[in-house]
Design a protein around this ligand. Structure first.
Ligand SMILES: CC(=O)SCCNC(=O)CCNC(=O)[C@H](O)C(C)(C)COP(=O)(O)OP(=O)(O)OC[C@H]1O[C@@H](n2cnc3c(N)ncnc32)[C@H](O)[C@@H]1OP(=O)(O)O
Ligand SMILES: Nc1ncnc2c1ncn2[C@@H]1O[C@H](COP(=O)(O)OP(=O)(O)OP(=O)(O)O)[C@@H](O)[C@H]1O
Length: 675
C-alpha cells in the first residue's frame, strides 16, 4: 500500500507526539522491496523533523554513517534514525544506534520482506561466519521476526499491508532530569566524594547517566583530576557536566606521561585493553571506571568478573534508572529481547544433578529458550561475548553445543566449532605462510606455527567457549561437558585456544588436553599469552598431538626467553638440528614462516655455524629490538630486516648441506603454487 506525505504525516505526527510525552522511543520496521522501504523511509524523514541519521552502506541522504563507523559516534545523541538492514544486519551497530536516540525518537529499520528474508544472504555474515561468501542467516532472522512480531509496541509496516495501529498513551508524562544529580547519581556521588583511596566502578546499561555522573564528580572534588577514554569524542557528556574541571588525555599518552592527579576518571573502561588499564589504574590514588553493561560493546558483566575482580576492596556501583529516556522504553525492551541482552541467568541457581545434552543449531527453532540460555550463560561468564557471537552461534556453519541441564536451569554450557579438513595443498601453503584463509583458528595455527605441513588436513572440533554457572563450579560440570564432546569418533582431535592462566590450564589438563603451543605475544585484550591444547581422538590426532607437544618441550626454553613467561612443560632442549628443524628453517629461509615461529630452530642454526649472520644473531642472541637492528645494519625497516634474516638463514643452511638445502627449497617453493 502506498501512502503520500500527508497520510504519513497524519499517521506519524501523533505517534511522535505521544513518544515525546511519554519519554519513550519505538522501533518501526519497514519490511518490503528495496524501493518500497527506501521511499517510505524518505517520506517519513521528510514528514517528521529530527536528525534522522541514516546508518547503512549506501545511504541516499546526509547525515549518514556506515554501521561499522557508528562506534565513532557513540556519546552523541540523535532524534530519529534509519537503520538499513536490507543487505546485511550488523546487529551490534543497530543496538548501539538505539542507545544514542533521545526520548521521542523513532528507530526505523529497513528489512527485506519477511517471507524472503530468511533465505536471503546477509553481507554482515562475512565478519563472523568464516565463509568466503555471504551466507543466509535463517535462525537469526526467524528469531528476530518472532521477537518483533510478539512485541506489542514494535510497529511493523509491511509492503502491501496497511499502516500498523499504535495504542493510545498509556504511560504517565515524562519529566526529563533537571541537571541536578538524580537520586542514584546523588548516592554514588556521596560515596565517591568520601572515598579516600581506591578504585570505584560504575556499571549501567546505556543512557543511565554514567558519564554525567563522572562529570558531576569532577565538579565536586577539590584536587586535580584527569579524564581518559578510548575516544575523546565520546566524552562530550562528561565535559558538559564537568564544565571547566575537564582535562582529557588519551590512554597511551597518559601512560607515557608522568602526569599526577588526585583522581583518574576512565570512561568506557572495558573498551581499553586490560593491561593498559591496569597500568593506568595503578598510577592514581583514586580511580573511577565507568562502563556499559550490555552485550553490544562486547564487554558487559564479564568486565566486572575478569578485570575488576583483581582489585580488593573495589567499590562497585550501578545505575538502573534511564535518564536519556523514560523507564519502560519499548525500543530498549525489544532490542534487549532480540539480542538477548539480559544475561541474568546467573541469578537463578540451578539445583540437582546435571544432565548433559548435545544440541545442534536447530535448537534455535525447536528449543529457543534453551538455546538463548546458552548464549546468556556464555555472556555472563566470558569477557568478550558479543552479538557477533550470537549470530555465529545461530547461523555460521559447523557449530555444535552441549548443556548441563539441572532442572529447568543451566549449570553449564559448551560451544564447539568444526575445524580443519583443508586440502593437503592448502595446508602446506598455510604452513609455509603463503596463505591464511579465514577461520579454522587452531587447525591453521597447527600448520602455520607447528611442525607438520599437513596438520590442517586433520579434522578437529574446537571448544570455542565453555562456562559453568558460578554456583556450580568445581563439581566436575566443566569436565563432564568437555568429556561429552569427545564422543564424535569421526574427528581427529578436540582443541582449545585460551588466554593462559595457571587455573585455566589446570582445568584443561584435567579434561585430558595436552599443551601444544604457546603464543609469542600477549593478547592486547586480556594481557595473557594464547595457549593451544589438544585432546586426541583418532590415531592421526594422537600422532599430531605427540609431535607438537614434543616440539613445544624441545623449544620451550627459547619461547620462555622470548616471552619472559614459564611454559608448563618439561624442558627437553636440544642444541642440535634435527629433520623437523631443517624443514622449519627452509620454511623460514625460502617461504614466509614468521621469525617468532622459527626462533628455536634458528637458535640451533646459529649454534651450528660460525658465520656472522648479524641480523639473526642481533635478534636471537643479543635480543636487540628490530628498530635498533635496522639502525645498526643500515636497513630501511622491518621488511628489509626480515628479508635479510631470511637470506642469512639460507646462507647458513647452504653452508651446512647444500644438497639438502636445495631439495627442501624446491619443495617449499612448490607450495606457493596452491590452486
Ligand atoms: C575456550 C574457553 O572457553 S576458555 C575459558 C573457560 N571458561 C571460563 O573461564 C568461564 C568461567 N569459568 C568457568 O565457567 C569454569 O570455572 C570452568 C569452565 C573453567 C571450569 O568448570 P568447572 O565445572 O568448575 O570445572 P570442573 O569442576 O570440571 O574442574 C575439573 C578440574 O579442573 C581443575 N579446575 C577447575 N577450575 C579450576 C580453578 N579455578 N582453579 C584451579 N583448578 C581448577 C581442577 O583440578 C578441577 O578438579 P577438582 O575440583 O577436583 O580439583
Ligand atoms: N542528572 C541529570 N540531569 C539532566 N540530564 C542528565 C542527568 N544525568 C544524565 N543526563 C543526560 O542524560 C543523557 C544520558 O546520560 P549519560 O550520557 O551520562 O549516560 P550514559 O549512561 O553515560 O550513557 P551512554 O552509555 O549512552 O554513554 C545525557 O544526555 C545526559 O546529558
Amino acid at each position: 500500500m502506498s501512502r503520500g506525505r500527508e497520510e504519513a504525516v497524519s499517521w506519524f505526527e501523533p505517534l511522535a507526539a505521544q513518544l515525546q510525552q511519554e519519554g519513550h522511543r519505538r522501533l518501526l520496521v519497514l519490511s518490503g522491496s528495496d524501493t518500497w522501504s527506501q521511499t517510505h523511509a524518505l517520506t517519513l524523514r521528510d514528514a517528521l523533523s529530527g536528525d534522522w541519521l541514516w546508518v547503512g552502506n549506501d545511504a541516499p541522504v546526509e547525515p549518514h554513517c556506515a554501521p561499522q563507523a557508528l562506534k565513532n559516534l557513540l556519546g552523541r545523541e540523535y532524534r530519529h534514525a534509519i537503520f538499513d538492514a536490507r543487505c546485511g544486519f550488523d546487529v551490534a551497530a543497530f543496538a548501539a544506534l538505539s542507545g544514542t536516540l533521545r526520548a521521542g525518537s523513532l528507530l526505523v529499520l529497513l528489512t527485506p520482506p519477511f517471507a524472503v528474508w530468511p533465505g536471503q544472504t546477509d553481507s554482515d555474515s562475512l565478519r563472523w561466519s568464516d565463509s568466503d561468501t555471504p551466507i543466509a542467516t535463517p535462525h537469526f532472522v526467524h528469531h528476530f521476526c518472532r521477537v518483533v512480531s510478539a512485541d506489542p509496541d514494535a510497529l511493523i509496516w509491511q509492503e502491501h499491508q496497511p499502516l500498523p495501529d499504535f495504542p493510545l498513551p498509556s504511560a504517565p508524562d515524562w519529566q526529563p532530569a533537571s541537571g541536578e544529580p538524580q537520586r542514584e547519581q546523588a548516592d554514588i556521588l556521596a560515596a565517591l566524594t568520601e572515598m579516600e583511596t581506591g578504585v570505584a566502578v560504575v556499571t549501567a546499561p546505556r543512557g543511565r547517566g554514567k558519564s554525567a555522573l563522572a562529570g558531576m564528580l569532577l565538579r565536586r572534588i577539590s584536587g586535580r583530576a584527569i579524564v581518559t577514554a578510548p575516544a575523546k569524542g565520546a566524552t562530550d557528556v562528561i565535559a558538559r557536566f564537568a564544565e571547566n574541571h575537564y582535562h582529557f588525555m588519551a590512554p597511551d599518552a597518559l601512560l607515557a606521561s608522568d602526569q599526577q592527579a588526585d583522581w583518574l576518571v576512565v570512561d568506557e573502561a572495558a573498551a581499553i585493553p586490560g593491561p593498559l588499564l591496569e597500568q593506568l589504574v595503578s598510577r592514581f590514588p583514586r580511580v573511577l571506571l565507568t562502563t556499559t553493561v550490555q552485550g553490544y560493546e562486547g564487554t558487559g558483566r564479564g568486565f566486572l568478573l575478569k578485570f575488576c575482580a583483581r582489585f580488593s576492596g573495589l567499590h562497585s556501583f550501578t545505575l538502573s534508572a534511564p535518564i536519556r529516556w523514560a523507564a519502560g522504553c519499548p525500543l530498549e525492551r525489544v532490542i534487549a529481547d532480540a539480542l538477548l541482552f539480559d544475561d541474568d541467568v546467573v541469578g537463578a541457581i540451578p539445583g540437582g544433578a546435571p544432565e548433559i545434552i548435545s544440541l545442534e543449531q536447530n535448537a534455535w527453532e525447536s528449543q529457543p529458550q534453551l538455546a538463548a540460555d546458552i548464549y546468556r550463560l556464555l555472556c555472563s561468564a566470558h569477557y568478550r561475548t558479543s552479538p557477533l557471537d550470537l549470530r555465529r552461534m545461530m547461523d555460521a556453519p559447523g557449530q555444535h553445543f552441549a548443556v548441563a541441564r539441572a532442572g529447568k536451569a543451566l549449570a553449564g554450557a559448551l560451544w564447539l566449532v568444526d575445524e580443519g579438513g583443508l586440502t593437503p595443498a592448502l595446508s602446506q601453503a598455510v604452513w609455509a605462510g603463503y596463505r591464511r584463509p579465514r577461520g579454522n583458528l587452531v587447525a591453521q595455527s597447527l600448520a602455520a606455527h607447528g611442525g607438520s605441513p599437513l596438520a590442517a588436513t586433520l579434522l578437529g572440533r574446537r571448544v570455542t567457549r565453555v562456562a559453568v554457572h558460578p554456583a556450580r563450579q568445581r563439581e566436575g560440570v566443566g569436565q563432564a561437558l568437555t568429556g561429552s564432546a569427545g564422543a564424535h569418533r569421526q574427528q581427529d582431535y578436540l582443541s582449545v585456544s585460551f588466554g593462559y592462566t595457571e587455573e585455566l590450564w589446570r582445568f584443561w589438563q584435567r579434561c585430558g588436553f595436552v599443551l601444544v603451543r604457546m603464543g609469542s605475544h600477549r593478547e592486547a585484550s586480556s594481557g595473557c599469552y594464547t595457549a593451544m591444547a589438544l585432546r586426541p581422538i583418532s590415531e592421526a590426532g594422537q600422532a599430531l598431538c605427540a609431535q607438537e607437544h614434543q616440539r613445544l618441550c624441545r623449544d620451550a626454553r627459547i619461547i620462555e626467553r622470548w616471552n619472559g613467561e614459564k611454559i608448563p612443560v618439561d624442558d627437553r632442549w636440544e642444541a642440535t638440528l634435527n629433520d623437523d628443524d631443517w624443514l622449519e628453517l627452509s620454511g623460514f629461509a625460502f617461504a614466509h614462516r614468521p621469525l617468532s615461529t622459527s626462533a628455536a630452530a634458528l637458535t640451533r642454526l646459529l649454534l651450528a655455524v660460525s658465520l656472522p649472520l648479524e641480523a639473526l644473531r642481533g635478534r636471537l642472541e643479543e635480543g636487540k629490538e628490530d628498530a635498533q637492528l635496522c639502525t645498526d645494519l643500515a636497513l630501511h625497516g622491518r621488511k628489509s630486516l626480515l628479508i635479510r634474516q631470511r637470506q642469512e638463514a639460507a646462507q647458513a643452511l647452504e653452508l651446512l648441506d647444500r644438497c639438502r638445502c636445495e631439495r627442501l627449497k624446491s619443495d617449499v617453493l612448490q607450495w606457493q603454487f596452491f590452486q
